[in-house]
Design a protein around this ligand. Structure first.
Ligand code: ZN
Length: 82
């Protein structure tokens, strides 16, 4: 079985640390987050560096077996198409 997760990669504009978040949190909510490294608050949507769809292979017990990068997505497009 398969399932999918739309993820966004963010970068702190102050120190450059990277974060991975679920895309709805970034693209739809446009949330501010606080950097765990330097403490600066920044807007998640304005600091997107990549967005992609991950595909999870799930076994018959519901356990994740493997994760693939299925495709890159438009970073700021609210309409999730997959
Ligand atoms: Zn930072």
């Amino acid at each position: 079985m398969k399932t999918w997760l739309d993820v966004t990669v963010l970068q702190c504009p102050n120190c450059g640390r990277l974060y991975a978040e679920v895309s709805w949190y970034v693209v739809e909510m446009e949330s501010d987050i606080q950097c765990g490294e330097c403490g600066k608050e920044f807007n998640s949507k304005r600091n997107i560096v990549d967005r992609a769809l991950l595909e999870f292979q799930i076994d018959e017990n519901g356990k994740i077996q493997n994760v693939n990068l299925l495709k890159h997505l438009q970073p700021r497009n609210n309409a999730v198409r997959y």
